[in-house]
Design a protein around this ligand. Structure first.
Ligand code: SF4
Length: 386
């Protein structure tokens, strides 16, 4: 069994490996095989922490048996998340698979050539582009700076790790969203010969969106409740639902006191106020926090009026943070935010709380007097929109 399939289980080769594996998913589930527990962990971590990395932090490469369990946990996780019967859960699961994958891709790209053969199997950027049919659509910028036409289709051709790439307009529009910030709008982009200039980091953001689309594809599965594999997974689904309701912030702190926000959120707000674009994990963390403290989409729009975040994107993100039953997904934990480089553990906050919302709740509880930003700014019901 190829460890690369387990590392990137949404790749076409991994799907084939699952199809070729001499195991049936219903039998595995019925036998409560290790892949089932790992699938449950995968979904739990996705919904709670925004990652599908194992809690142990290690990627299994020791034995074929472990690698197979890791690979098979992916299709089982897709079944589990389908059975949760919640559109936001599916969105969050797909986003977590994508965030984990892009973290691994980043590590792979940073791995020295000499280490590639001895460490866990790695991918190159060309492999990832080819996987998403982007090999012909993305070109590394040639040494003649800013030229789209002179790059070759092989992204590595003009030199290792070029800082910029050109991506054809069609895939650019398909994979990116103006909701990521004004800098992603086409009008604010260098365009040449039908291609858009992006930095290497921005290309990885676009690839993260491609992974998310791939994971999201086909979900939820239509499964008759109480029958076959759905019946076998019933207790796992019940556990996840219970966990979700326990971790749901049923009574948000419901006070907006920016001076009490944790530093991670203040840093993100200040970054957006400098008109710098927030990358997708950053804007997700900020929106989850603002919704978590009880702000409505209109209030978030008004609060972010002087930032790089635009109203349309804010509405889209804040709406999907709540499902139609009012369940709200908690913001990522401090640990996850640290992995994304969003948290720098200022003042050793991790000793105080497990996530930014819990930290804020403690500060609110400890404060003598609080001025609610909403009252001070007299936010109307429409959020101040024209
Ligand atoms: S420890 Fe948690 S609350 Fe504090 S800055 Fe980091 S992510 Fe934010």
């Amino acid at each position: 069994m190829d460890a690369l399939d387990a590392k990137y289980p949404f790749f076409a080769a991994a799907r084939e490996a699952v199809a070729d594996a001499a195991v049936s998913l219903p039998e595995l589930v019925a036998a409560d095989a290790p892949a089932v527990e790992r699938a449950r962990e995968r979904v739990e971590r996705a919904l709670m922490d925004g990652t599908v990395e194992s809690e142990s932090g290690t990627f299994p490469t020791e034995s074929d048996y472990d690698v197979q369990a890791e690979l098979l946990s992916y299709p089982i996780a897709r079944i589990l998340v389908s059975l949760l019967d919640s559109e936001p859960a599916i969105e969050k699961y797909a986003a977590a698979e994508a965030a984990t994958a892009i973290g691994r891709i980043r590590e792979d790209l940073a791995t020295d050539d000499e280490l590639r053969s001895v460490s866990t199997p790695t991918v190159e950027l060309d492999d990832v582009l080819a996987e998403f049919d982007l090999a012909e659509s993305v070109r590394a910028e040639s040494s003649e700076a800013g030229s789209a036409g002179t790059g070759t289709s092989a992204v590595g051709a003009p030199g290792r790790d070029p800082a910029h790439y050109w991506i054809d307009v069609g895939p650019y529009l398909r994979l990116t969203s103006p909701s990521w910030g004004v800098s992603w709008r086409l009008v604010n982009r260098a365009l040449s010969d039908g291609a858009v200039r992006v930095s290497r980091e921005e290309l990885l953001d676009a690839l993260e969106a491609a992974v998310e689309d791939r994971v999201r594809e086909g979900l939820p599965f239509e499964l008759a409740a109480g029958e076959g594999i759905a019946a076998e997974l019933e207790s796992g689904v019940a556990d996840l639902k219970r966990l979700l309701s326990e971790r749901t912030y049923a009574g948000p702190v419901d006070v907006v006191a920016p001076e009490l926000f944790p530093p991670c959120m203040t840093n993100l707000i200040e970054k957006a106020e400098r008109d710098a674009a927030l990358d997708p994990p950053e804007s997700f963390a900020l929106m989850a926090f603002l919704v978590g403290i009880g702000m409505t989409p209109d209030e978030v729009v008004a609060f972010c009026a002087d930032t790089s975040l635009d109203a349309e994107g804010i509405r889209y993100q804040t709406e999907y943070l709540k499902d139609d039953r009012g369940t709200q997904y908690p913001p990522p934990t401090c640990e996850t935010l640290a992995n994304y480089g969003i948290c720098h553990n200022e003042e050793d906050h991790m000793q105080v709380a497990a996530d930014p919302l819990a930290y804020y709740e403690k500060r609110v509880a400890d404060a003598d007097e609080i001025d609610d930003w909403r009252e001070e700014n007299e936010i109307p019901a429409d959020g101040g929109e024209e």
